[in-house]
Design a protein around this ligand. Structure first.
Ligand SMILES: Nc1nc2c(c(=O)[nH]1)N[C@@H](CN(C=O)c1ccc(C(=O)N[C@@H](CCC(=O)O)C(=O)O)cc1)CN2
Ligand code: GAR
Length: 217
């Protein structure tokens, strides 16, 4: 049974690669129908091409407004009739119309322990705040930025000698574990969104959304 997924990227695509690898290994029963990037130079497009996946580059700078870009992006995505849209390092804030169109079937991975540090530059912000732990969250995408129901989180300790780059490396490792897991749950129809809360197997996830807390060994 096919489970078409469209993945949106803007950069390297290591999270995309994690999904491709687990799909090829038979651990993830999805069909990545297309990879779309708002940046033509994104290495993730190369990763998709190597894997034989259709790719599209849709440069947001060529559109007169965020809404115009989103409308074209939606038309492109809907050609593939995906059951799930996966944001994997997609660096554009999506308009309310677009977010509502895919609400309940669009996921994002965010490099912080939400609700802390919505937005950008999360690793440096955690270091600047002298936090002892940091991590990553998988959440449903809602019109409000990084505010959708949290599904999975994973954490790591911030060490004294950590900088934004070393922390990003630790977080990437966790991302490549929990994003495929969240996509697997969704593709097996065990994960749903109802009234802004995330449910797994008809069980409402804890308020914190922490269901799988893997601290990096
Ligand atoms: N409506 C929503 N759109 C997006 C969400 C969301 O939850 N709701 N998640 C983000 C992903 N993201 C963090 O996880 C994020 C991406 C981009 C930005 C941002 O400020 N983008 C700027 C441009 C920045 C750049 O080009 O480097 C912008 O769009 O103007 C913040 C958070 C994806 N979209
Ligand atoms: N706010 C969104 C955001 O910062 N997302 C982050 O971009 C990186 C993409 O890496 P990748 O291109 O190697 O998957 C990931 O670390 C992801 O958490």
């Amino acid at each position: 049974m096919s489970f078409p997924v469209v993945v949106l990227i803007s950069g390297s695509g290591s999270n995309l690669q994690a999904l491709i690898d687990q799909s090829l290994q038979g651990k993830l029963n999805i069909n990545i129908a297309a990879v779309i990037s708002n940046k033509a130079q994104a290495y993730g497009l190369e990763r998709a091409t190597i894997a034989g996946i259709a790719t599209h580059a849709l440069d947001h700078k060529l559109f007169e407004s965020r809404e115009a870009f989103d409308a074209e992006l939606q038309k492109l995505i809907d050609q593939y009739q995906p059951k799930l849209v996966v944001l994997a390092g997609f660096m554009r804030i999506l308009s309310e119309t677009f977010a509502k169109h895919y609400e309940g079937r669009m996921l994002n991975i965010h490099p912080s322990l939400l609700p802390k540090y919505k937005g950008l530059n999360t690793h440096q912000r955690a270091i600047d705040a002298n936090d002892k732990e940091h991590g990553v969250s998988v959440h449903f995408v809602s019109p409000e930025l990084d505010a959708g129901a949290v599904i999975l989180q994973a954490s790591t300790q911030i060490e004294k000698n950590d900088n934004a780059d070393s922390l990003a490396t630790k977080v990437h490792t966790l991302e490549h574990i929990i994003y495929p897991l969240a996509v697997k749950w969704f593709s097996e129809e065990r994960l749903t969104l109802s009234d802004g809360a995330a449910f797994l197997d008809n069980t409402k996830l804890p308020e914190s959304g922490v269901l799988y807390n893997k601290t990096l060994e």
